[in-house]
Design a protein around this ligand. Structure first.
Ligand SMILES: *Cc1c(COP(=O)(O)O)cnc(C)c1O
Length: 431
């Protein structure tokens, strides 16, 4: 059987040597992968139970239009999210255009002029800089008189509790914690670390709203930030919880009052959650959420596989090949631009869509260097699908994530290695 599979890899352009190197690497990851499967099993049951408890039915997949009054599909889906995340309420909508928008809705809905927000996990994700007004921007929170302060993580990536205590004042209305490292080199925070920080903040002032940017973290662990005291947990549906099927959307789960405030920002005061037609995306939202635990587990295996492949070849990888995971992002530092380019070419060549396209570094708005991006996705920009990107500047690192199935993630990573080997950028160890 294996020779048949090997022949198929060969037909796709993977050499015997690269395939063998991959097999040896995978062999050593069996125990790790078994643990990931156990987490996926638990989370799968959690999602099914939430669907059963809320009596999800065929009729909930129906389309609504216009105002979307009494949209049972939309309302029940929000109950399913609230049940799975163990929160009082949820806002899960196709009108939330992406993760940044979900975070902006949560912030604008809950902050008022004169309030202060503090990020206690250092610099927030790039796209939030203009939302908050860290980089001046029309319509930012800063323009509405909401001030911002930041407490950086300590050198080891943990929270700076002393500094947090010093920075919190009577003006502090909300603290933000970003679970994932995003495109930084700090470690990703575990849910239990996040829980400790929230407990600490609440011990100073229980009224402070604790909001967690949960992007890329959903279903990686058995618990979510909402299980450890977060008042709002926020993310994108074209990442983990959309399971690859949601064509758009974002979610906010948490305290009823916070969700209501967010809904009044998403629509408007007086209307809140009552309006918002689903336009026919409900089945993909439900089915995507149902698939999300296993999809996330596949992406996680891919990240660990890549870390081990490239670590063995002598490259710096974050997280490293053996450490525990709290999100699905993997960074590989090549140290030379050709490595980043070859890696991305491989990811693209392994895609089910647009595989014949060759990605090239390009100047992108908001970046201070050329950037190369590889994505052959069913949903544009979806980063739960196998995708990679890297700025063409030192240290010449590539960030990649996703893979709707482990098998595809594996092919993508082997293909990236194949490109590096073909261009004589790496040599496989003698066997
Ligand atoms: C992706 C991401 C966002 C923004 O999500 P978009 O859907 O790209 O707008 C915010 N925070 C983190 C940590 C992310 O990974």
């Amino acid at each position: 059987m294996n020779t048949q599979t090997e022949a198929m890899y060969e037909a796709l352009g993977i050499s015997k040597e690269v395939y063998q190197f991959g097999q040896e690497t995978e062999e050593k990851l069996k125990e790790r992968f078994a643990k990931i499967d156990e987490t996926a099993e638990y989370n799968q049951l959690k999602v099914i139970r939430a669907m059963q408890q809320n009596r999800v039915a065929q009729e909930h997949f129906n389309m609504s239009s216009g105002y979307g009054y009494d949209d049972a599909g939309r309302d029940t889906l929000e109950e399913v999210y609230a049940t799975a995340f163990h929160t009082e309420a949820a806002l899960v909508r196709p009108q939330i255009t992406c993760g940044t928008h979900a975070l902006a809705v949560a912030l604008f809905g809950n902050l008022r002029p004169g309030d202060e927000m503090i990020s206690i996990s250092g610099k927030p994700y790039d796209t939030l800089e203009e939302v908050i007004g860290i980089r001046p921007s029309n319509g930012s929170l800063a323009e509405y008189g909401v001030t911002y302060r930041q407490v950086d993580l300590l050198a080891d990536g943990s929270f700076d509790f002393e500094k947090i205590k010093e920075t919190i004042s009577e003006k502090t209305k909300l603290i933000e914690i970003q679970r994932s490292k995003g495109y930084q080199t700090r470690p990703t925070l575990s849910v239990s670390q996040i829980g400790e920080a929230i407990a600490f903040v609440k011990s100073i002032n229980p009224e402070i709203i604790c909001m967690v940017d949960n992007c890329y973290g959903e279903f990686v662990e058995r618990i979510e930030p909402s299980d450890v005291g977060a008042d709002m947990t926020v993310g994108s549906l074209i990442k983990n919880p959309g399971g690859g099927l949601a064509p758009i959307g974002g979610y906010i789960v948490g305290k009823k009052a916070c969700i209501e405030n967010a809904a009044r920002r998403l629509t408007c005061p007086g209307l809140g959650k009552e309006v918002g037609a689903n336009l026919g995306v409900m089945r993909s939202f439900y089915q995507g959420f149902f698939l999300a635990p296993t999809v996330t587990s596949g992406a996680l295996k891919g990240a660990i596989f890549a870390a081990n492949i490239y670590e063995k070849l002598g490259f710096a990888v974050v997280p490293n090949g053996s450490e525990e995971r709290h999100d699905i992002i993997q960074a590989v530092t090549f140290g030379f631009p050709e490595g980043v380019i070859a890696f991305c070419e491989g990811i693209q060549a392994a895609a089910p869509v647009d595989s014949y396209v060759t990605p090239e570094p390009w100047a992108m708005p908001g970046y201070d260097s050329d950037v190369i991006m590889a994505a052959g996705a069913f949903v544009q920009g979806s980063s739960i699908e196998l995708s990679a990107d890297g700025p063409i500047k030192p240290p010449y690192a590539v960030y990649f994530q996703g893979g709707l199935t482990w098998n595809h993630a594996k092919l993508g990573i082997l293909m990236s290695l194949q490109k590096l080997v073909e261009k004589h950028l790496v040599t496989l160890p003698e066997r």
